[in-house]
Structures are given as structure tokens and as C-alpha cells.
Unconditional design. Sequence first.
Length: 199
Amino acid sequence: MNSEITTLEQLRVECLNCQKCGLAATRTNVVFGVGNPNARVLFIGEGPGENEDLQGEPFVGRGGQLLDKMLDAVDLSRKENIYIANIVKCRPPHNRDPQPEEQEHCINWLRAQTKLIAPKIIVCLGRISAQKLIKQNFRVTAEHGMWFEKGGIQFMGTFHPAALLRNPNNKPAAMSDFIALRDKINELCPETYTGSGLV
Ligand code: URA
């Protein structure tokens, strides 16, 4: 990666040309990420699906609509006060799990994004993201909503929106994770809600 990169926009331009793994051959668009580059809260999903691949933006399908509703319930918005990205930036064919080598190739983009955004809180959406970023044996059903400190950042894993569409019984548990997130934001980075320092 070019060491002269100092902004998220420069990083995005570089990422759009990535050919580090086989997913480059089948993608329509690189899905770099969306949101406020000064956000204190970063959401990380797994990888783009079909709609995201076509539109170049994370979480724009049915799962994304559910995510936006849950965000709205705790006064968060991808247009204003958070940033959303994925572990892998290109769609795995037929929406299979991203392979460990693909995740390894791609994680440097996410590391660089995280360095530039410098979030206080990272929310992992689903197993793949939580196992990559929190711990290898993370179990969403048992450990969702718990806080893990790593390198000065607070991490929480919660249900993937697509999993909530398949199993709506978990929606109340997911919503209580978002309420715990709101409390953590008020404790660590209330500017998320007041807007000061995020522009
Ligand atoms: N699922 C993800 O994990 N990320 C997206 O961007 C879309 C669906």
C-alpha cells in the first residue's frame, strides 16, 4: 500500500484498483465503505452481496434496510455519524463465506481504513467479522453485546442483519445490543450525537 496515503478518499482510489485476490475477477464494483470519515463508530460486515456489488455500497439490500432501521432507532445514520465497511471489499461468488486467504489479502485495506478513521468503537456484524476482529472462536449467540477492548478500541459483536431476516426471533436481542451501543457512545464519544468534531 502506498505510504503517502493520508485520506480515506486517497485510500479508496487505490483500493478500487485492487487485484490482490481472485475476487477481483468476478466483481462488478469494489465496495470500499460509506459514511462519515470522522466517525467515532465503525460497523464492519462480512462482504458485499449481489446488490452491494452492483451499487458499490455496503448493506443496500434487504439486510441493509433492516440495519438502517435499527441504526435509526438509536439515532445513528450512515449519512451522518457512523462509517460502514466490510471484511472483504469484493463479492464472493454466490454469496459464499469469504475464504481465509481472501480475508487475509483484504484485511490490510480495513486496517488502513481503521487507522485513518480512528474509531473509538467497532461493531462487528455477524460471525465472520467478529471472528476475524474480536477472537477466532467468537460465538454470536453466546457473546453478542459483550465489550472487548483491543488497542484502545471497544469492540462488540452482534447479529448479522441477514441472519435476523432469517431468524426474526433474535431481533429483540439485537436491538438490546444497539441500546448498549448507544450507552457506550454516550460514555466514550458523545460527539457522535452532538455532531461536534465529526465534520
Ligand atoms: N452483508 C455484508 O456483510 N455486507 C454487506 O455489505 C452486505 C451484506
